[in-house]
Design a protein around this ligand. Structure first.
Ligand code: SF4
Length: 222
C-alpha cells in the first residue's frame, strides 16, 4: 500500500454557541488550523504517482479563498464551530464536498490513526475485567488530563510514532495476535471516538470479534 499526505494551513476566527456567556469560547477568538489530506493506493499510476500533488491545488484554493482569515460561523452558517463538529459536518457542506473529491480522489474516511495494537492480555478494569482482550489504541485526544498515563497516544509530539491504518490492516494485526480466534477487542486511546470506527467494528464482527470502547465521552458517533 502506498500512502502520500499533504498538509494545508489556514487561520480563522469563531465563537462557539451553546456555552455560557462568561465562557472564554463565547468570545470572538481565532486559531491556526491544519488540514491533512492522506491518500492511499495499492498500486501506482503509469508515472509512479499515488496522485499528482498538483491535483490538490483546488483544495488549497478553496481554503485560501473561502476559509482563510474568515469567520467560521459565517462560512459554515451556524455557531456549532467546535473542531469536532466542523470535521463531522464538513461532508455535508457542498463546497467542502467538492474539495473532498478534488482530482477524482475518493474520501479516505476509514483510516484510523493508531498508537499501538497489543494483546491478548487480561482486561484490568471496568465491567469486562478479566476478559482476554486485544487492545487497539488510537492516537489523539481532545483532552489533556494531568493524570493521563497514555500521553504517548495523546500529545502531538508523539505523532511520528503513530501510523494510519485501514480497517483490514488493523483486523489483520488483531487476528494475528488472537491467533484467528474470536476475542474481545478494546478500542482505546487517546479518545477512539475521534476516529471513524464503524467500518472497523463491522469488519471485526464479521471475524466474530466483540468490541468495547474506552472513551471519556466527549464525542458521539451515530
Ligand atoms: S481523556 Fe483519557 S486519554 Fe485523553 S488525556 Fe484524559 S486520560 Fe488521557
Amino acid at each position: 500500500m502506498y500512502t502520500i499526505a499533504k498538509r494545508f494551513a489556514f487561520s480563522a476566527s469563531h465563537t462557539i454557541g451553546g456555552v455560557p456567556p462568561e465562557h472564554p469560547y463565547a468570545r470572538l477568538h481565532g486559531h491556526n488550523y491544519e488540514v491533512e489530506v492522506i491518500l492511499q493506493s495499492a498500486s501506482l499510476d503509469a508515472i509512479g504517482f499515488v496522485r499528482d500533488y498538483g491535483e490538490l491545488s483546488d483544495l488549497k484554493g478553496f481554503l485560501d479563498t473561502t476559509v482563510d482569515h474568515r469567520h467560521l460561523n459565517d462560512v459554515l452558517g451556524h455557531d456549532q464551530t467546535t473542531a469536532e463538529v466542523i470535521l463531522a459536518r464538513s461532508g455535508g457542506h457542498p463546497r467542502c464536498g467538492d474539495a473532498r473529491h478534488v482530482g477524482g480522489v475518493p474520501t479516505m474516511t476509514e483510516l484510523v490513526r493508531i498508537s499501538e495494537i497489543f494483546g491478548p492480555t487480561i482486561q484490568g478494569e471496568g465491567p469486562l475485567i478479566g476478559r482476554p482482550t486485544v487492545f487497539v489504541r488510537t492516537a489523539g485526544c481532545d483532552y489533556r488530563c494531568e493524570w493521563c498515563d497514555t500521553l504517548y497516544a495523546v500529545l502531538p509530539e508523539y505523532r511520528d510514532e503513530w501510523v494510519l491504518m485501514t480497517p483490514p490492516q488493523i483486523m489483520t494485526r488483531v487476528n494475528e495476535l488472537a491467533k484467528d480466534r474470536p476475542v474481545l477487542v478494546s478500542l482505546s486511546g487517546g479518545n477512539p471516538a475521534l476516529h471513524p470506527l464503524a467500518p472497523l467494528i463491522a469488519l471485526g464482527r464479521r471475524n466474530a470479534h466483540s468490541f468495547a470502547l474506552e472513551t471519556q465521552g466527549s464525542v458521539s458517533q451515530a
